[in-house]
Design a protein around this ligand. Structure first.
Ligand code: ZN
Length: 613
């Protein structure tokens, strides 16, 4: 079918042709190809996930034709092709393998299909601003009866949820609308004049009505913060439900999420009141909150380096802390503001987030700006030494967002908050979306909006490895920052400890269990294990002559007394080795936050203005 809108458009046809072999067939029709020979390519990375992924590697076969005659296709580099010159419309055909059950790729089997445009849609060089029409075809007949479609791409033909034709205005928009297809479970709600849809695929017993209400509350909190309006007509959450998993990727009018089925609220187990008690569900709603906040912060307010995205190479910016750190600060805050958790729960989540920073010795080696700039080679390529070498621009970025919010509130007597800076950021850089945020743009705007000199704050927070004075700031809001020792490998902080009286000793490494074996996961810099010569991936065999198993490791540690020298026996590769390691008191790197009971009225007032309690 050809419609008027397809004249002067690039037309893509996508067919989930062989679910068993995980293959999509894609064609791309270019009406007026470059007379010198049309070049076309696939992105090497997907915006939002800062790693070169080389999507072209999943192309199984490729060819081209013109008026039914085959046209030669020559490969120019790992991601770019050139078709021989033709006198007429060029049709590119490709078969693409999709078996990546993540939010960043493409997936197809007999249960469902999902794809990001970067996997399937060729970028036609020189025509990046042309209108794009996408025909989505259903799978073979035996599946087609149950399968429907969810995407935020603008629909041209077909009823809502049907396969059919869609349109995008330019390549940048085309690849920003992932598509989920399968026997989906959907709920919708309206918010600020925009339709919102939550579409789930995968086996689950989710209480969809509860989900609808709670997701709406989360979204409302952010809409309210940004002035009560939305820059879109429709927003879609595309959720793949798996046994256990977690992940999200933001897009301008949608987000792709992965969650464990136990993280969703179960039908028939309606909890009392609104507050979300289940940790897994809180984590899921935190993810919803995070990705939705991105519709403003990173999808419309963008680093200048992302305008446009250089899809054939890394896009370097020192500002990812603004886009991921501030978003991380607001994700849990959104749950509090939406009434989904109480202040105590919020402080627990904040305590955990701070703990993750305090435990990373790498924060003494890498600044927040460096973490952002090197995301491509460090944060996205983590290894056993990462805790010693890097800091997360998510976690430390959220810590700096917290410190900045509290600093602004304190120094302006509550007249200016981080909310005000974010709204100004939106008005200056987001509304029209065409102007990227220069590398110093956030800092200048925060000073302008608040009227404060924040040069020292930003210099120390972003360009040195000094910790911000979070404990001192929180105290001004009647919240106490308490530090304690980590108690076990599963202790993520946020709560008071159970063994404050007698902390478990430690040897300076963290473990993991693999197939019944206990392996050293990280040897922490400057700890006893590092001094003794233990190494990541050493398999723990015995401690003081007693066999190590996944279940008795903590008991063995409990037998140690401070300053004992422990005999640690390991297999390194296939060789037995013995080490002598001093058992020491563990570092007090785990934190939890408590409300100060004796705060004065000013302090309580500040806390209420911040947390609304
Ligand atoms: Zn994010």
């Amino acid at each position: 079918m050809t419609t008027n809108i397809e004249a002067a458009a690039i037309v893509y046809d996508v067919r989930p042709v062989d679910p068993g072999a995980h293959l999509f067939d894609v064609t791309c029709r270019v009406g007026e190809p470059d007379p010198e020979g049309q070049e076309f390519s696939l992105p090497t990375w997907i915006p939002g996930s800062y790693l070169i992924r080389d999507y072209a590697r999943h192309i199984v076969s490729i060819g081209a034709e013109c008026d039914g005659e085959a046209v030669g296709v020559h490969k120019l580099d790992k991601a770019t092709w050139r078709a021989a010159p033709v006198d007429g419309p060029l049709l590119i055909r490709a078969t693409v393998y999709g078996h990546d059950i993540s939010v960043r790729g493409a997936y197809l089997d007999h249960d469902h299909g999902f794809f990001n445009g970067v996997c399937l849609f060729f970028r036609i060089r020189g025509k990046e601003h042309d209108r794009c029409v996408v025909h989505l075809a259903p799978p073979a007949a035996e599946l087609a009866a149950d399968w429907i479609v969810a995407t935020s791409m603008t629909r041209l033909t077909g009823n809502p949820d049907d396969f059919g034709a869609f349109v995008a205005f330019g390549y940048d928009e085309l690849i920003d609308h992932p598509v989920l297809m399968g026997p989906l479970t959907c709920v919708s709600f309206e918010l600020a004049g925009a339709e919102h849809q939550v579409a789930l695929v995968g086996t689950h017993q989710a209480d969809m009505e509860r989900l609808r209400q709670d997701v709406q509350l989360v979204c409302s909190a952010h809409v309210d913060m940004f002035g009560g309006t939305l820059p879109l007509n429709r927003y879609v959450f595309l959720v793949t439900v798996v046994d256990s998993g977690y992940g999200g990727l933001e897009h301008r009018d949608s987000s792709a999420l992965i969650c464990g089925r136990d993280d969703l609220p179960r039908r028939g187990l309606s909890s009392e009141g609104r507050s979300v008690q289940a940790a897994g569900y809180r984590k899921f709603l935190g993810l919803v909150s995070h990705e939705y906040f991105h519709l403003w912060n990173v999808k419309r307010i963008k680093p200048a380096e992302f305008v446009p995205y250089p899809l054939d190479r890394e896009a370097y910016t020192r500002q990812l802390w603004v886009f991921e750190g501030i978003t991380s600060y607001y994700d849990d805050l959104g749950l509090l503001r939406g009434g989904l958790i109480g202040v105590e729960d919020y402080l627990e989540l904040l305590g955990r987030s701070l703990t993750a920073v305090y435990r990373a010795a790498g924060r003494r080696r890498q600044t927040l700006e460096e973490s952002s700039f090197d995301a491509w080679i460090k944060f996205y390529k983590q290894d056993e030494n990462s805790p010693n070498a890097i800091v997360s621009y998510y976690r430390k970025g959220a810590m700096i967002a917290l410190a900045l919010d509290l600093e602004l509130r304190l120094q302006t007597d509550g007249r200016c908050t981080l909310d005000d800076v974010m709204r100004a950021l939106w008005e200056n850089y987001g509304v029209d979306g065409a102007r990227g945020l220069p590398e110093d743009g956030f800092e200048l705007l925060a000073e302008e909006v608040s009227g404060l000199h924040l040069g020292d704050f930003f210099r120390q927070s972003l360009r040195t490895t000094v910790d911000p004075p979070v404990g001192i700031l929180l105290a001004q809001f009647g919240v106490r920052l308490n530090m304690r020792a980590m108690e076990s490998e599963t202790d993520t902080g946020g709560k008071a400890g159970r063994r404050e009286e007698r902390p478990r000793l430690w040897l300076g490494f963290r473990c993991r269990t693999v197939g019944g074996r206990v392996l050293i996961r990280h040897v922490l810099a400057d700890g006893a294990a590092a001094g003794a010569g233990l190494s990541a991936n050493d398999e723990l065999v015995a401690l003081n002559g007693n066999r190590v198993t996944p279940s008795n490791w903590n008991d063995l540690l409990d037998r140690l007394a401070a300053n004992d020298t422990a005999a640690v026996t390991v297999f390194r590769r296939d060789e037995l080795r013995h080490f002598e390691v001093d058992a020491t008191l563990p570092p007090r790197d785990t934190c939890y936050l408590t409300i100060e009971p004796d705060a004065d009225a000013d302090v309580i007032g500040r806390r209420q203005a911040w947390l609304g309690d």
